[in-house]
Design a protein around this ligand. Structure first.
Ligand code: ADP
Ligand code: ADP
Length: 225
């Protein structure tokens, strides 16, 4: 069954920019879909609408058969800019969503510990974001997204601000987690190497107006060397 369905979705911004046109996308459970395309082709707009941060002009988006209306804990988000809460420690950032839904502290800590270890940040639980490198901040953002046990991870150029070596490390980390946790991932990038390395499906978009050009399966695994 499709976990996510995007049907006939278009987006025209006030002022007339057509960011996205006639877009259909069916995401199956455990897919790792990379959305590849040049700057301005509507990748972020598509992801933001799935996230519930923006609304389609036409068409509709369903997650597990229910229409998406606004953001929800069923979608975990990681963006290029780290978006951690600067006044909270790594552990507190990771626990944020769990605390919001009233989970007991001991259980929050247990879940946080598991995901902090999984992203390789053991020993940094009490650090604040500004004490961490960019890669470590993105590891924290990833742990925070995973801790909420989302149905789908939405990632918008999450490694775009990192240096080459850190980026490759993060790609491998994320692939490992995807395999281990059996997560469903929608991952936006303009980097063709990244798209092919990460995805079991690559969705290629073109600009003016933004639309899906093709949707290709990519056999796994993708050894880098
Ligand atoms: P991408 O993520 O592929 O770079 P975007 O989804 O950010 O593309 O943008 C698609 C198009 O929509 C671009 O032409 C962009 O300038 C325009 N756009 C994005 N957000 C807005 C907005 N809030 N208001 C008006 N135009 C926008
Ligand atoms: P509800 O929305 O009905 O409160 P939750 O999504 O909060 O349900 O959680 C359902 C069960 O899964 C609860 O026992 C909760 O503690 C547990 N749980 C939630 N998130 C996680 C997680 N990331 N890892 C392990 N267990 C979790």
């Amino acid at each position: 069954m499709d976990i996510l369905s995007v049907a006939g979705v278009s987006k025209t911004f006030p002022g007339g920019t057509v960011a996205l046109q006639a877009t259909d996308l069916a995401v199956q459970e455990n897919d790792f879909i990379t959305i590849l395309g040049p700057s301005g082709c509507g990748k972020s707009t598509l992801l933001r609408m799935v996230a519930g941060l923006d609304t389609p002009t036409t068409g509709h988006i369903e997650l597990d058969g229910r229409g998406v209306a606004g953001p929800g804990a069923d979608r975990g988000m990681v963006f290029q800019s780290y978006t951690l809460f600067p006044w909270l420690t790594v552990r507190q950032n990771v626990c944020f969503g769990l605390r919001e839904k009233g989970m007991p502290q001991a259980q929050q800590d247990e879940i946080a510990q598991r995901f902090i270890a999984q992203v390789g940040l053991k020993g940094f639980e009490n650090h604040f974001p500004k004490q961490l490198s960019g890669g470590m901040q993105q590891r924290t953002a990833l742990a925070r997204a995973l801790a909420n046990n989302p149905r789908i991870l939405l990632m918008d150029e999450p490694f775009g601000a990192l240096d080459h070596q850190t980026r490759e490390l993060m790609q491998e980390l994320l692939l490992g987690i995807w395999e281990q946790e059996r997560k469903t991932v929608l991952f936006v990038t303009h980097d063709i190497d990244e798209a092919i390395f990460m995805g079991n499906r690559v969705v290629v978009m073109s600009a003016r107006p933004g639309r899906i050009k093709c949707d290709l399966p990519v056999p796994l695994p993708h050894p880098r060397h």
